[in-house]
Design a protein. Structure first.
Length: 67
């Protein structure tokens, strides 16, 4: 049985895939800084570039830009 109006994900799970959570490759992103020694007036965000999705955990791969 061939079904051309549904994706493989939709046929397998019975619901359409949510694509609004995808990120654009090489776009600018902000990474939350979880250091314990952050001062009161220091920034809590590092600027980076999105490189892709991790295959080993729930997370992103990014490159931090240090100025």
């Amino acid at each position: 049985m061939l079904n051309n109006d549904k994706t493989r994900y939709e046929l397998w799970y019975g619901k359409p895939i949510i694509v609004n959570q995808f990120k654009v490759f090489s776009s600018k992103c902000d990474i939350k800084n979880n250091d314990d020694n952050i001062g009161k007036f220091e920034t809590r965000v590092d600027e980076g570039t999105f490189l892709g999705y991790s295959t080993k955990s729930k997370g992103y791969i990014y490159f931090i830009i240090k100025v």
